[in-house]
Design a protein around this ligand. Structure first.
Ligand SMILES: Cc1cc2nc3c(=O)[nH]c(=O)nc-3n(C[C@H](O)[C@H](O)[C@H](O)COP(=O)(O)OP(=O)(O)OC[C@H]3O[C@@H](n4cnc5c(N)ncnc54)[C@H](O)[C@@H]3O)c2cc1C
Length: 320
């Protein structure tokens, strides 16, 4: 295996690389290795990928199956990894990224670490670090096999473009779809509009509403909009039907790692914390000074959210 090459899966939408993928390229570049970006589909923004660290862009068509299927993504990754021989693959730790990582590992015997906050080459192997058990332990994990697949938490690094990047080499590839990919036909696809808010799993700022909002998410949404944030919820709020289940953050919901998390009427139960313990700065608004969330919040406001939320939102709006 080639320890001098790193392969990065680039997620994209409407012709643009997703911000999480630019973070991965930045991380890969800082490892000081040859960075191979994998772009499945047409017209990659080669200059943008090169500016963030890609030395080679592999533009891949998957023949005989829908390219959006995870099995197709794995077909493409397997082909590129086979040619490059890299010992490290980086994907984003999103639902899609983790599924691709797991399928690839089943096929190749690779070791997988998800939700990683960093990765480094130590003593001849790739070591990924992550916090576990609701943030109470930091762990370092290394793959025992020749290929390490690391799913990196969104916002673990800040995407940074090089001021004077070298141009990237483009390699065109056509990969035959595997039986797993060909077994599925995509009948239709419908985009579910999320308004102007960023996707929850990738958002830099997330405002979460809990039981304390008592069915009314309007204050949470107003604060989210002034912060350019995504809206999340606890399981209590989604079970009550106050907001869709896709907004649930936690052990049985979406895992988030925003730079800023604001919990509004959220107690900070361990099952919720398990999905947000990689958040950078945690702010809690709760009327119970003994709520568990204050044990791990960086900033807390003890008060009724009906008073605190409008005041905070107005103050932030006034500063814009
Ligand atoms: C197997 C399993 C999996 C689970 N998975 C998840 C998961 O993925 N995600 C998840 O979130 N939960 C999950 N749960 C549930 C979890 O254990 C908690 O019950 C849940 O997170 C609590 O939600 P909450 O904070 O909204 O409610 P509560 O714990 O009831 O807290 C509400 C908070 O709001 C405050 N409050 C009330 N009124 C106001 C007000 N007017 N102003 C300010 N503050 C106020 C209260 O002081 C309280 O601290 C899971 C549970 C199990 C058993």
């Amino acid at each position: 295996m080639n320890d001098d090459a790193v392969v990065v899966l680039v997620d994209h939408a409407e012709g643009a690389a997703r911000p999480t993928s630019l973070e991965l390229l930045t991380l890969a570049r800082r490892l000081g290795r040859d960075v191979h970006a994998v772009w499945i589909g047409s017209t990659p923004p080669v200059d943008v990928l090169a500016a963030h660290g890609a030395g080679t862009v592999h533009r891949v068509d998957v023949e005989g199956a829908d390219p959006g299927l995870t099995a197709s993504v794995v077909d493409a990754l397997q082909a590129v990894l086979g040619d490059v021989g890299a010992s490290l693959l980086l994907v984003a730790s999103t639902f899609e990224g983790r599924e691709a990582a797991a399928r690839l590992a089943v096929r190749t015997g690779a070791g997988v670490v998800t939700g990683a906050s960093s990765v480094a080459f130590e003593d001849g192997r790739w070591v990924a670090r992550k916090s576990v058990l609701a943030g109470s332990w930091d762990t370092a994990c290394a793959a025992t096999g020749p290929l390490a697949v690391v799913a990196v938490a969104p916002h673990a690094v800040r995407a940074e473009a090089l001021p004077d990047p070298a141009p990237a080499r483009v390699v065109e590839r056509t990969v035959a779809a595997s039986a797993a990919a060909r077994a599925v036909t995509v009948v239709s696809r419908a985009h579910r509009p999320t308004g102007d808010r960023p996707p929850l799993a990738e958002a830099e700022v997330v405002v979460v509403g809990g039981r304390g909002v008592d069915g009314d998410f309007s204050g949470v949404e107003a604060l989210a909009d002034v912060l350019g944030a995504a809206v999340g919820a606890t399981r209590v709020a989604t079970d009550e039907g106050w907001i869709g289940h896709e907004a649930q953050v936690g052990q049985t919901g979406v895992t988030i790692s925003p730079r800023l998390y604001v919990g509004v009427g959220v107690s900070g139960a361990v099952h919720h914390r398990g999905g947000m313990d990689a958040a950078g700065t945690v702010v809690a608004i709760n009327n119970d000074p003994d709520a568990p969330i204050f044990e791990f919040a960086d900033y807390g406001v003890v008060g009724d959210l009906g008073e605190v939320l409008p005041a905070l939102t107005a103050a932030l709006r006034a500063r814009r």
